[in-house]
Design a protein around this ligand. Structure first.
Ligand SMILES: C[S@@+](CC[C@H](N)C(=O)[O-])C[C@H]1O[C@@H](n2cnc3c(N)ncnc32)[C@H](O)[C@@H]1O
Length: 266
């Protein structure tokens, strides 16, 4: 059973509201729109995948897509690791492999609102080879069979017509590509509503997401939803924020679903 918000004019309005909200946040200088633990966990997983990719004999360059990437929030975490020479993400030998992979990994970030232009982004875009596209993932066609790894940190599942974005993601991936998604837990919409303090438009959008059960509340429904779209899910877990984010809630902790999948072979 699909939990997608239907393709109505209401979802179109909600999409506009979501876009406006993030445009204003990024114009005000926000460099991320997600809990730190979710971002750093995603960054650590990407680093592990890069190291594994280049451990293969005769490995070709690696192409990574980050969907609904905001202002390249996850890439900023990866860049911090590389800049500080942090080896807590990997052994020293593995860190050296990561370092050696720079120049052979190519990031393609997509977002309807995020258009980073800050000097920090410009520096890291050059070093990490980040290619950013401003676009709606439900209407812009991603390059076909291009990516070895497709990620989205609390991004693609927010999109009102997320089926379209996820099908777009599927066709953009190489046959043996890996997908790593963090999806919002249903509780997050409730927390945000309880917190209040939003404009009327944002409140409408959040009520819509909440009442239409757009976010997931259990593992099985995510597995079935993604399987129906053509993903083969091999890892599903719930992530928890350990430090409360006062912007989002003052009650229960944020939670998100950690999902790893491949293209199904059917
Ligand atoms: C919760 S933020 C997460 C941003 C980023 N991944 C991070 O970790 O900070 C959700 C993002 O989804 C983007 N978004 C919403 N609808 C979109 C669409 N149709 N196409 C592309 N991006 C979209 C928003 O602009 C926003 O940047």
């Amino acid at each position: 059973m699909s939990q997608n918000i239907d393709n109505s004019s209401q979802s179109g309005n909600i999409q506009e509201t979501i876009k406006d909200l993030y445009v204003s946040r990024y114009e005000a200088g926000a460099t991320e729109e997600s809990p730190e633990e979710s971002r750093t966990e995603m960054a650590a997983n990407v680093i592990t995948k890069i190291i594994a990719h280049f451990d293969q004999q005769d490995a070709e360059d690696m192409y990574i897509a980050d969907l609904a990437a905001g202002p390249a929030s996850v890439e900023r975490e990866i860049f911090k690791v590389i800049q500080k020479g942090e080896i807590r993400y990997a052994s020293e030998a593995d860190f050296n492999k990561l370092y050696a992979a720079i120049g052979r990994v190519h990031f393609y970030t997509y977002d309807i609102a995020g258009d980073p232009k800050d000097p920090q982004f410009m520096d890291m875009a050059q070093i990490l080879d980040i290619n950013h596209t401003v676009g709606d993932l439900t209407t812009c066609e991603l390059p076909a069979q291009q990516f070895d790894l497709v990620i989205s940190n609390l991004g693609v599942d927010l999109i009102p017509e997320r089926d379209l974005a996820l099908r777009n993601a599927l066709q953009s991936a190489k046959p043996d590509a890996e997908f790593i998604f963090h999806f919002h837990h249903r509780q997050i919409a409730k927390n945000i509503i309880e917190q209040g303090g939003m404009t009327n438009d944002c409140m409408d959008a959040m009520n819509y997401i909440n009442e239409s059960n757009h976010y997931f509340s259990d593992i099985e429904s995510i597995r079935v939803y993604l399987q129906n779209l053509g993903f083969d899910v091999h890892f599903l877990f719930v992530g928890v924020e350990t430090v409360e984010d006062p912007r989002v809630h003052n009650g229960p902790l944020d939670r998100w679903w950690i999902i790893k999948a491949k293209k199904s072979l059917r």
